[in-house]
Design a protein around this ligand. Structure first.
Ligand SMILES: [Mg+2]
Length: 90
C-alpha cells in the first residue's frame, strides 16, 4: 500500500486558502454557529468518519483523492475552530 510522507506544511498558503474557503462554505450553509463543546466535537467526529470513509474508498476502491482532501480540510476546519474558540473564550 502507498505511503505518504509528512510535508510539514510546506505549502501553508494553500492550506490557509482551503481552510478559509471551507469556513466560508460552512458559514454560508449553517450561519455563524454557537454550540456546546460536545456539539462541536460531534460535528468534528462526523467529519473524521467521513475522512476515514474517503481514505478507505481511495485505497481499496476507486474513490478520488479529491474527496480525501475535501474531507481532511472539513475536519481540519472544525478542529481549528475549536482551537480558536478555546484560545479566545475558554
Ligand atoms: Mg465531510
Amino acid at each position: 500500500m502507498k505511503q505518504y510522507k509528512d510535508r510539514c506544511f510546506r505549502d501553508f498558503d494553500w492550506i490557509k486558502f482551503k481552510i478559509m474557503e471551507e469556513n466560508a462554505k460552512q458559514v454560508e450553509k449553517w450561519g455563524i454557529q454557537e454550540r456546546t463543546a460536545f456539539e462541536w466535537l460531534a460535528y468534528t467526529m462526523e467529519e473524521l468518519g467521513e475522512l476515514a470513509e474517503a481514505i478507505s474508498e481511495h485505497e481499496y476502491r476507486k474513490g478520488s483523492k479529491e474527496k480525501v482532501v475535501a474531507e481532511a480540510i472539513q475536519l481540519a476546519t472544525l478542529a481549528l475552530k475549536i482551537a480558536e474558540m478555546y484560545e479566545k473564550y475558554g
